[in-house]
Design a protein around this ligand. Sequence first.
Ligand code: TYD
Length: 208
Amino acid sequence: MSAPGRFVTLEGGEGVGKSTQLKALAAALRARGLDVVETREPGGSPGAEAIRRLLLHDLDWTPEAEALLFAAARADHVARTIRPALEAGKWVVCDRFVDSSVAYQGGAGGLGFETIWRLHEAGSHGLKPDRTLLLKLPESEAARRADDRDTAGKDLIGGRGTDYHAAVVAAFDRLAAEEPDRYRTVDASGAPVEVTDLLVTALEDLLP
Ligand code: TYD
């Protein structure tokens, strides 16, 4: 039997470099001979990508509806993309997952952590990553990088105020403290290759 698949997620506030690091991390894992699926949220399956457009570009939802839409997108993504890949023994690396819902909708959005975990249980049978890598930058540096990246304008959630985004960062810190076995916090302020090395090191105990 092949080695079991592993599920790794990258998390963090805006502008911490997750998307760049996701590609680099996937390449580093492939170089070790692993079969890697790269995916992202909201999105990662046709249905979830359709919900992504509704969430980020079309309308301004109530907090409850927003949380349900993220959970619905995730349910489809888990059933259609993530679980099949894990069952086939692949590694899945995902740009954001349920922890983003807990931090954004649950923490900053005010619905509370528990509500989001309940939605996740109902929608995705409570699937949790084997490892969640939390990328951290000083707040001023993250804001500068996010502004540089978003010259074409921010999406609806990225464009929320500094208080909202500070609450997101605080919620991620709380999550990392609550689940130290699953979480690793990684300093994202170095050169991209240095950050990728730190990410691989934070997976060392899971690697075959
Ligand atoms: P994206 O363009 O992927 O942004 P980023 O590069 O910051 O990851 O847009 C995702 C946005 O959606 C981002 O602002 C975070 C937010 N989001 C939530 O609010 N809840 C969630 O569950 C997820 C997955 C994302």
